[in-house]
Design a protein around this ligand. Structure first.
Ligand code: SF4
Ligand code: SF4
Length: 358
């Protein structure tokens, strides 16, 4: 599975599931969004496996995304989840901070786990390079690529004008002869670590135009947080906030299975409207003062009953379902480069389609 295929699925409700396997990580990146340390929390392996076993051939995500913290600190769990997902026809991708890559190494037990994946992505940015040298990361990723696993880089910079991004993308293009795609994002207040296939929703359009329709594709894939709570999206503040906003909570892996979580996400009137019009539009549509920011406004929808009841009225039933499906179809048809132009670092959006099939 190439990166472009994975990103192309991002706007489709229920096409993916993000699992945060652990908040532990041996690296100490200064911008770590998950504040990961070796003492971090992690959901119970048996609960994660039980949840994955509820996938069926007829009701499953297309892709399971394993992230952290550092998911490769739980190699047996990664292998178990990969096998369970595959038995239901679901593919698995994983994002690593490359803690194992010093000296360009991929230890044999790590390679055995990676060989079972459908896609492997390596994080790289100025903060990571202080932990593991870039040359070592590139050599390790080449080993994984040579083992036949589709790979990509997940790069982060300060913005479109960041000279680091220009230099590192050129270096990777040269090193891999344009065979390896890249997802380029911007450092945000919540950082990057759990943001694989996520995006900067705040950069989705000019703030002055607050009633504009700006769909949130990030609300399409459920996310399992480190305490087992299932959230509607991957925004790190949303994932971390407790109690979680009710309208963005889909359940808990100790109590719920995939069909229940997927059904709640797809049937929720407010999530349908967030996915198809975005939160700013809801504030304008139902006569509230402008939203206090794209995601902040979304999290505060629960404080405004008039907005939730308006969304319930307009997002329920076949019309809401049709709106949700149509918005997803249009974004899927626009393709992964368009999605990254809207949600990633625009000048580098086309790098998502390098190498593999666009
Ligand atoms: S950013 Fe990633 S690799 Fe760095 S400390 Fe956080 S979880 Fe670990
Ligand atoms: S908080 Fe709301 S707008 Fe932000 S990513 Fe999550 S669902 Fe989308």
């Amino acid at each position: 599975m190439e990166l472009a295929e994975l990103v192309a699925l991002r706007p489709r409700p229920g096409a993916g599931l993000l699992l945060g396997l652990t908040r532990r990580c041996p690296l100490r990146c200064a911008h770590c969004s998950t504040s990961s340390t070796m003492a971090g929390e992690q959901p119970a392996a048996d609960q994660l496996l039980r949840f994955a076993r509820s996938f069926t051939a007829d009701d499953r995500p297309e892709v399971l995304l394993l992230t952290g913290g550092e998911p490769l600190l739980r190699p047996r769990l990664v292998a178990g989840l990969t096998a369970v997902a595959r038995s239901a026809g679901c593919r698995t991708a994983l994002l690593s901070g490359m803690f194992f890559a010093r000296g360009g190494r991929v230890p044999a037990p790590v390679m055995r786990v990676l060989a079972g994946l459908d896609h492997f992505s390596a994080s790289l940015d100025a903060f990571h390079e202080r932990e593991v040298p870039r040359a070592d990361v590139l050599r390790a990723v080449r080993r994984v690529l040579d083992a036949g696993v589709p790979v990509s880089f997940h790069l982060t910079g300060s913005g479109p004008a960041d000279p680091y991004l220009a230099e590192v993308t050129a270096d990777i293009r040269r090193a891999f002869a344009d065979r390896v795609p890249m997802l380029v994002n911007q450092v945000r207040p919540v950082g990057r670590a759990a943001s694989w296939a996520t995006a900067t929703t705040t950069a989705a359009g000019p703030r002055a135009d607050t009633d504009r329709v700006r769909p949130c594709a990030m609300a399409a894939w459920p996310v399992v947080a480190f305490d087992g709570t299932v959230l509607a999206c991957c925004n790190q503040q949303t994932v971390d906030q407790r109690p979680a906003p009710r309208h963005l909570t889909l359940g808990h892996i100790a109590r719920d299975d995939w069909p229940a979580v997927r059904a709640r996400s797809s049937a929720s009137p407010v999530l349908r409207l967030i996915r198809s019009t975005g939160p700013d539009h809801l504030y304008a549509r139902y006569g509230a003062p402008a939203a206090p920011g794209y995601c902040a406004g979304c999290r505060q929808l629960g404080d405004r009953p008039e907005l939730l009841s308006g969304a319930d009225r307009d997002g329920a039933g076949p019309v809401g379902e049709l709106l949700d499906r149509t918005a997803a179809r249009l974004q899927v048809e626009a393709g992964p480069v368009a999605l990254m132009r809207r949600h990633g670092c625009p000048p580098y959006a086309d790098l998502v389609a390098l190498g593999g099939r666009p």
